[in-house]
Design a protein around this ligand. Structure first.
Ligand code: GAR
Length: 191
């Protein structure tokens, strides 16, 4: 059984889909939700699903290894970022080489980088007059939104879209693909 930790900062709709997907899974279990934001929606989801939560403090997190003992104690093998808005510090990347995955709500390498999250991404896509957008699932390295791509899916930008309507379309795409892409990624790492 491989234990994964989901890191999330917000509403947690992706976290909810991942938790539901792996419930009763023979090889993968969500063992921990890591959150940096008191009051975030993902905390209710974790509570309802009985998943332990680790609340993290900024200063300790950016020291890099402050939370490693907790992750080790829970035997976390993979880290899944699902709307987690802090950069992963190098020591954590080193401790989980190739074993941290992220989802980004646009077609990287465009519309990524520092400050590019949530609605900021969709607003930039709309402002550029793009005809399509999508999702990028990628490994995490020491640069924002930069590691090797694992999977991308596309959707149209419709005339009359605003950041909300585009975000809703992108969320549907994320919910459809992220859990199964995580499952395949984990399976590949072990074969
Ligand atoms: C998702 O759309 C995810 O792609 C995005 O935050 C949203 C979180 O939604 N992540 C980023 O923008 C990272 N740069 P959720 O809390 O409902 O899962």
């Amino acid at each position: 059984m491989h234990s994964i930790a989901i890191f999330a900062s917000g509403a947690g709709s992706n976290a909810a889909m991942i938790i539901a997907y792996f419930k009763g899974h023979p090889a993968v279990q969500v063992a921990l939700v890591v959150c940096n934001k008191p009051g975030a929606g993902v905390l209710n989801i974790a509570r309802e699903q009985g998943i332990p939560v680790l609340m993290i403090d900024k200063e300790a997190f950016f020291r890099g290894d402050a939370y490693l003992p907790v992750l080790q104690e829970k035997q976390i093998r993979f880290i899944v970022l699902a709307g987690f808005l802090w950069k992963i510090p190098p020591k954590l990347v080193e401790a989980f080489p190739g074993r941290i995955i992220n989802i980004h709500p646009a077609l990287l390498p465009r519309y990524g980088g520092k400050g590019m999250y949530g609605h900021h991404v969709h607003e930039a896509v709309l402002a550029s007059g793009e005809k399509e957008s999508g999702i990028s699932i990628h490994l995490v390295d020491n640069q924002y939104d930069h590691g090797a791509l694992v999977y991308q899916a596309r959707c149209p930008v419709e005339p009359g879209d605003d950041a909300d309507s585009l975000a809703a379309r992108i969320h549907r795409l994320e919910h459809l693909h992220y859990p199964r892409v995580i499952e395949e990624w984990i399976r590949r790492q072990n074969s």
